[in-house]
Design a protein around this ligand. Structure first.
Ligand SMILES: Cc1ncc(COP(=O)(O)O)c(C=O)c1O
Length: 359
């Protein structure tokens, strides 16, 4: 298998997306969840063909997307979702929480000796206080946790007991490492199929966020009816390029590219363990089960509530700041390692070189 390697820094600096335009050129951008890899060849071919033919109109009402995702889910997760129970939209965030008029009650994961876990008791309390839906992040951002099938089944039962829905954001699922045992929520039980909605996309794994395409997937008549009943505009906002790229991403042709990417991300998550042990032994970090985001606890350094400020100012490395993910993120940073080992090494070396008062 050929590992997928990041593009050189000079080429990346030619990009015009958020990751490469938010900060000046002396900053290493390891914040927003975009990656530094070239596109999978099947995606390049599909987009080049569309540009050549001026295939830039509205998405069609009949497309191969649902079948492509069903094939991907079957090959990668052993899940056989029904293409007739899917609808596309622009992105996973569409309609989530505040935009849909909902009030958010946060229930952080529990930090246990063996990793992070869903706080089933905390979710129960929120449901008893009237929550109508659980927004599940599966795998979880920023910790990269792949939830166990057992905890997902418990969550489904709990939601059903309270008449609540579970919306499972599975945007990072294609990036679950092969040994992590990722479980799609809708495969967990009949109860999960009755209460659950999955929202999936090729955008994180294949770096397609700007092209705008995601899928809502259901597995029961009532949930399917609800998704079908959403305004037609929800589907019309799917990007044509996003759809073409997603079909190529989910095709069998892209499987070996994705396997190669997972090899690189596995190497990178281990590299971070080594670099932190050598240069920043006060940092606490668990290798994520999925994705390219490292959640690093820097409280041991005594750099305050939001260490990313000082790191940006003095080390010229842009990270996501922990408190953005909730109060429990104080003293933490999120580092995007969807890049080259050289950039990761340079970033951690720069951070470690800060003349810091050690706690
Ligand atoms: C868990 C999760 N959900 C949703 C999103 C945003 O996805 P989209 O661009 O499809 O709205 C992100 C972006 O990183 C994410 O990590």
């Amino acid at each position: 298998m050929t590992p997928v390697r990041a593009l050189p820094l000079e080429q990346l600096r030619q990009r015009t997306s958020e990751k490469w335009r938010e900060y000046p050129a002396d900053v290493l951008p390891l914040f927003v969840a975009e990656t530094d890899f070239p596109l999978a060849p099947a995606i390049t071919t599909a987009l080049e063909r569309a540009v050549r033919d001026g295939d830039t109109g509205y998405v069609a009402s009949k497309t191969p997307l649902a079948d492509a995702f069903a094939g991907f889910a079957s090959r990668r997760y052993g899940w056989e979702p029904d293409p007739g129970r899917m609808r596309s939209t622009a992105d996973v965030s569409m309609g989530i929480v505040e935009e849909a008029g909902a009030v958010v009650e946060r229930v952080p994961l529990r930090d246990t000796d063996s990793g992070w876990e869903l706080d089933i008791d905390g979710i129960r309390v929120a449901l008893e206080h009237g929550a109508r839906a659980v927004l599940l992040c599966n795998p979880h951002n920023p910790t990269g946790t792949v939830h166990s099938a057992r905890s997902l089944a418990a969550l489904a039962d709990l939601a059903a007991d309270h008449g609540a829905a579970v919306i499972s954001d599975e945007i990072h699922a294609p990036l679950a490492q092969p040994d992590a045992g990722f479980t799609p929520f809708l495969t967990v039980s009949d109860v999960a199929r009755a209460v659950g909605y999955a929202v999936v996309s090729a955008s994180k794994a294949f770096n397609l966020a700007g092209l705008k395409c995601a899928l809502m997937v259901t597995a029961a008549d009532e949930t399917t009816r609800l998704v079908r009943g959403l305004p037609v505009e929800v589907e019309w906002r799917t990007g044509q390029f996003g759809l073409l790229a997603a079909v190529a991403a989910f095709s069998e042709e892209s499987d070996s590219w994705l396997d190669g990417l997972l090899v690189t991300l596995d190497e990178n998550r281990r590299l971070i363990t080594e670099l932190l042990a050598t240069h920043l032994p006060e940092a606490r970090y668990r290798e994520p089960d999925a994705g390219y985001l490292a959640w690093i606890d820097l409280t041991g350094l005594g750099w305050g509530e939001n260490p990313s400020k000082r790191i940006l100012r003095e080390a010229k490395v842009a990270l996501h700041f922990g408190p953005a993910f909730g109060a429990e993120g104080a003293g933490h940073v999120r580092l995007n390692f969807g890049t080259s080992p050289e950039i990761i090494t340079e970033a951690i070396t720069r951070i470690a070189a800060l003349d810091a008062p050690r706690a």
